[in-house]
Design a protein around this ligand. Sequence first.
Ligand SMILES: C[S@@+](CC[C@H](N)C(=O)[O-])C[C@H]1O[C@@H](n2cnc3c(N)ncnc32)[C@H](O)[C@@H]1O
Ligand code: SF4
Length: 333
Amino acid sequence: MLDGRVGDICSSRCPILRNRDMFFEKQELYAYSRDELSSFDEPFLRNRLRVLRSILKRETACDTFPLRVKLHPSTKCNFKCVMCAVGRKDEDTDKPLYSETGLNALGPYLEELKVFGGEPLACPTSQRILFTERGFAQIQYATITNGSLMKGQNLDDLARLRIGWIDLSLDTCNPETYKKIREGGDFSRVMENVKALIEVRDRHPIRRFPIYGNFVIQKWNYKEIEPFVSFCLRLGIHPNMNLVVGNTELLGNLDAVKKHLRQGIRSAQQLDDPFAIQNLNIVLDDLPLYRRELQKLLLTNLANSTRVGTRLVDVAKRVRSSISDRSQKTARP
Ligand SMILES: C[S@@+](CC[C@H](N)C(=O)[O-])C[C@H]1O[C@@H](n2cnc3c(N)ncnc32)[C@H](O)[C@@H]1O
Ligand code: SF4
């Protein structure tokens, strides 16, 4: 079960097992060595055992402490990327929920703590959570970052953490495209930081953690899918694609997106990256649903901007009710 082979334990007809990609970003527990497990505190081991027992008993609810927590301390950001509504809010609010007391209470039981943003490395609360509230040796820290501030003290601090994974949002390997999408960023400086992070990963004393190169497919970069896949795999990081949400700019180009995704899949197969192959196939499979979502959004936008709006909004609502929402994520190794 730890390494994802659940066939011997669970029925292959179980609806939760079959649809787990839709419910959970990650299903497998982290693997620790025997020595590591014996060095961890008892509350963590006891709670994890209770979770495993609960799974084996096929319970659908359990009264254990959570193993994973995902925090979103603020929207503070040093970039203004063209497709991003979060970065434009740029708030630096300290949410009381993320107080040290709350985290310290959960800390003994967690195996993963994810910090999102905004830009986590530009947010004092996120930095405090990542770098100064440590003390739980078993926690795998994970974050998603634009990479611009991952240097100097931040990089040294990261190098001391047990890291679950790091997502680097790059969107392109072309400096000109980068300028168009990632406003406020400098491609060559970010690439210096990316290479430094890869070095940290390769000599990390605790765990050789996975790094993902994120790429939001949008009108500026959809022709660069394949070059990005090869670029990431040559660097030794996994390309991770998502379709842009919140605007309809790809509606006229979805056939071309499909063609470029297929080219990306061929490269991922040649370079043998199972994560990339799975991720690109999921995006490819999502295209029909994505097309319908964009049509719905277009109708809604049109309705809001015209005098015959009410009728069109009704049409949009009917279209929406005929489409079921699906959110699928690539299972992480
Ligand atoms: C909001 S950012 C926060 C973390 C960090 N600042 C970064 O850029 O990675 C999280 C992820 O959302 C993605 N994103 C931003 N706007 C998006 C959009 N309109 N559609 C899909 N993904 C988007 C970013 O590229 C990034 O990978
Ligand atoms: S760096 Fe991240 S949070 Fe900031 S604007 Fe870009 S995508 Fe949004």
